[in-house]
Design a protein around this ligand. Structure first.
Ligand SMILES: Cc1cc2nc3c(=O)[nH]c(=O)nc-3n(C[C@H](O)[C@H](O)[C@H](O)COP(=O)(O)OP(=O)(O)OC[C@H]3O[C@@H](n4cnc5c(N)ncnc54)[C@H](O)[C@@H]3O)c2cc1C
Length: 381
C-alpha cells in the first residue's frame, strides 16, 4: 500500500491549496476527489469575487476583511491572468437602508484596511451606468475589488500541486479511514474497485460533505454543528460596460451583485437553508424570481424569466449559531479532535483566503517547514 505524508480529501479550492502548500515543501501528498475533475463542488459555484468583503465590516469581521484584502493583493500579483481588479458601484437611494455618509464611512475603513480607495461618481455621469435607474438615486460610489474564474483558479492550484509531485486521484470517493496517532489507513472507491493508501495525516477538505467524511472515520471523531445554505446565481444576456453593481434586495435588504461574466451578466446570490445530499443542490424557482426582481428593481430595462440563460447553485458551510445566514461569520473554521490531532477538517471559508487557510492547516499538522532531504553518504572507504 502506498504511503503518504498527507492525504487530502476533496479537490475544491481548499484541498487544492493544502495539497499545493504541502507539496511545495517536499511532502508526499495524495488527493482524493470523487468527481472526474477539480472544483465540481462549491469552488465552481461561487460569486467569483476575490474581495475583502465590504459588508463584513458591519458585523465587525475586521480580521477576516484584512486577511482577504492581503490575499487579494497576493492573488493579483501571482495570478494576473486569472484575477483582475474590477470597479464596483454602490448606488444609494432616498429610501435605502444606508445613507451616503454611512457608505462613505464603510468605504473609508475598507480603504484603510487595504481596499484601495473609492470615489463618488458625479451626477452627470450616472446616465452611463448601464441603465441603472436614477429614480430616487442620491449618490453612487465606486470602489475596487477583484473577479476571477473560480474553477480555473482551483484547477491552476491543483495543477501546481501535481507539478510539485502530489498524486491527484479523480473519480476516487473516500469511503472510510481507520486512524491512530501514528497515521491512517484510507479506503476509497474508484471505477476499478476498492483501493487504499496510508498517510501520516489527513485533511478533510470535503466542503459541504465534511461531516459525512468524519462519520466514516474510526474510531469516532467529533465534528462541528453546521448548516448548509444554498446560494444561487443566474446568467442573463447582455454585458455591463461599467463593471459590477452592489445592490440591496428590496425584498429583504440582502446584498446582491450584478456582474459582467463571460460576455453576459451574472446575478447572485441567495441564501436558502438546505438539507439533503450536497450533490443534489439545484437552483429553486423562488430564488431565480428573487434575483430577477432585485435586478429589475434597479435597472430601467427589465429581464424576464424566459431570458435566463443559465443558473447554478452552491452550498455555504456555516456554523450553527442561530440568526439568519446573511449575518453569520464567513470565517474559516479548522477543527481537530483532541484524540486525533493528525486529522484537520476545514469548514466554510472564502475562495479569496484559500492560501491563508492552507498555511494554517499545514502549520497545525507540523508540515509548514520544508521536508528534510535525506542524503546517504558513502563512508565505506
Ligand atoms: C453561493 C456562494 C458564493 C460564494 N462566493 C464567494 C466569493 O465570491 N468569493 C469568495 O472568496 N468566496 C465565496 N464563496 C465561498 C467559497 O466559494 C467556498 O468557501 C469555497 O469554494 C469552498 O471550497 P472547499 O474546497 O472547501 O469546498 P468544495 O469546493 O465544495 O470542495 C469539496 C470537494 O470535496 C469533494 N468530496 C466531498 N466528499 C468526498 C469524498 N467522500 N471523497 C472524495 N471527494 C469528496 C467534493 O467533490 C468537492 O470537490 C461563496 C460560496 C457560495 C456557496
Amino acid at each position: 500500500m502506498a504511503h503518504y505524508d498527507l492525504a487530502v480529501i476533496g479537490a475544491g479550492i481548499h484541498g487544492a491549496a493544502v495539497a499545493n502548500a504541502a507539496a511545495t515543501r517536499g511532502h508526499k501528498v495524495v488527493v482524493l476527489e470523487q468527481y472526474p475533475e477539480a472544483a465540481c463542488g462549491t469552488s465552481s459555484k461561487s460569486s467569483k469575487l476575490i474581495h475583502g468583503g465590504l459588508r463584513y465590516l458591519e458585523s465587525g469581521q475586521f480580521r477576516l476583511v484584512r486577511e482577504c484584502l492581503v490575499e487579494r493583493r497576493r492573488l493579483l500579483e501571482e495570478q494576473p491572468d486569472l484575477v483582475a481588479l474590477a470597479p464596483f458601484h454602490i448606488p444609494v437611494f432616498r429610501h435605502g437602508r444606508r445613507s451616503a455618509w454611512v457608505i462613505a464611512a464603510g468605504l473609508g475603513l475598507y480603504t484603510l484596511l487595504g481596499g484601495g480607495g473609492f470615489r463618488r461618481i458625479a451626477r452627470k455621469d450616472w446616465s452611463g451606468l448601464d441603465g441603472l435607474t436614477t429614480h430616487g438615486l442620491t449618490a453612487v460610489f465606486r470602489y475596487w475589488d477583484a473577479q476571477t474564474d473560480d474553477k480555473r483558479l482551483t484547477e491552476r492550484i491543483i495543477g501546481n500541486a501535481e507539478s510539485r509531485g502530489a498524486r491527484v486521484c479523480y473519480g476516487a470517493t473516500f469511503t472510510s479511514a481507520r486512524c491512530a496517532a501514528a497515521g491512517c489507513n484510507i479506503v476509497f472507491e474508484t471505477a476499478d474497485g476498492t483501493d487504499s493508501v496510508s498517510a501520516d495525516a489527513i485533511v478533510n477538505a470535503a466542503g459541504p460533505w465534511a461531516n459525512r467524511v468524519l462519520q466514516a472515520i474510526s474510531p469516532a471523531v467529533s465534528s462541528l454543528d453546521i448548516e448548509l445554505v444554498q446560494g444561487t446565481h443566474i446568467i442573463v444576456p447582455g454585458t455591463l460596460q461599467r463593471g459590477i453593481y452592489y445592490l440591496e434586495s428590496p425584498l429583504d435588504q440582502r446584498a446582491v451583485f450584478v456582474m459582467p461574466w463571460q460576455g453576459n451578466t451574472m446575478i447572485g446570490t441567495t441564501e436558502t437553508p438546505y438539507s439533503g445530499d450536497p450533490a443534489g443542490v439545484t437552483p429553486l424557482e423562488t430564488e431565480i424570481e428573487y434575483l430577477l426582481q432585485t435586478r429589475n428593481h434597479y435597472f430601467e430595462k427589465p429581464i424576464a424569466r424566459a431570458d435566463v440563460i443559465d443558473c447554478f447553485a452552491g452550498l455555504r458551510v456555516l456554523p450553527t449559531r442561530g440568526g439568519d445566514p446573511f449575518h453569520r461569520s464567513r470565517d474559516t473554521l479548522l477543527h481537530r479532535d483532541a484524540h486525533l490531532p493528525n486529522l484537520v477538517t476545514i469548514y466554510g471559508g472564502k475562495l479569496t483566503s484559500h492560501h491563508a487557510t492552507a498555511m494554517r492547516v499545514i502549520r497545525q499538522l507540523g508540515l509548514s517547514r520544508p521536508k528534510p532531504v535525506l542524503t546517504v553518504t558513502d563512508t565505506s572507504n
